[in-house]
Design a protein around this ligand. Structure first.
Ligand SMILES: [Fe+2]
Length: 223
């Protein structure tokens, strides 16, 4: 069931991250200069082979728990704060955000994932959400594991996103994490321009290393 911000989760997330309000730590890269500087569109990336196929009712903002199960997802729990904006930095409310990722082991909940790593039955792995005020979305998940994509190629931790909103071009992309040594070796990320790589890597909140910030910029459709 798709939901807007779940208030209970937001409170839980705030407690978890130590933030006192949603606005703290959210610094648009274009803030303060909206009038004279346009943002670059977030680079697109392939969807990859592991878009969820297994139906699951629970697709909410807390990927570390599954409704009806008592367990908690294995791995390092993190908070990801995403803001969807246009090229002027204006938040896009009601954008549909479809995201999926591997568990901490690197295994996807997908029948065709050949990775022999252990799957995590307590990890949700997939969320469908709608952005709230100022185009913001905040979710709790685990740091995805790296996984083998081909001989000699280990994919760095990443989260897949598909974003759509009326009036904008849909965006399929992947988000990486600052500080991951595999980022520099990834065949997908490395083929991007340096400045585009920067746009695809979430930054870590300085005073809370469990929290990552990311911005996705959509292209407005020409009417
Ligand atoms: Fe992937």
């Amino acid at each position: 069931m798709m939901k807007r911000f779940d208030r209970r989760f937001v409170l839980k997330a705030l407690t978890y991250s130590g933030l006192s309000c949603l606005g703290i730590g959210w610094s648009l890269r274009a803030s303060g200069s909206r009038s004279d500087r346009k943002l670059e569109i977030t680079p697109s990336e392939i969807e990859g082979p592991f878009y969820p196929r297994v139906k699951r009712k629970d697709k909410d903002f807390d990927l570390t728990r599954i409704e009806g199960r008592s367990g908690v997802a294995k791995g390092k729990h993190i908070i990801v704060e995403v803001q969807i904006t246009d090229i002027e930095g204006n938040g896009i409310e009601d954008a549909l955000v479809d995201l999926w990722q591997a568990a901490a082991s690197g295994k996807y909940n997908h029948p065709r994932d050949p990775n022999p790593a252990e799957s995590d039955p307590d990890f949700q792995g997939w969320a469908l959400a709608v952005t709230g005020s100022e185009g913001k979305l905040r979710f709790k998940t685990v740091m995805p594991g790296a996984y083998p994509a081909a001989p000699g190629w280990q994919r760095p931790p990443h989260i897949h996103f598909k974003v759509s909103s009326a009036g904008y071009e849909s965006l399929t992309t992947q988000m990486y994490f600052a500080g991951q040594p595999l980022n520099n070796l990834d065949h997908l990320l490395r083929r991007k321009r340096k400045e585009d790589q920067v746009r695809m890597i979430a930054s870590r909140l300085a005073d809370n290393p469990q929290t990552f910030l990311h911005q996705l910029v959509l292209q407005q459709l020409v009417s």
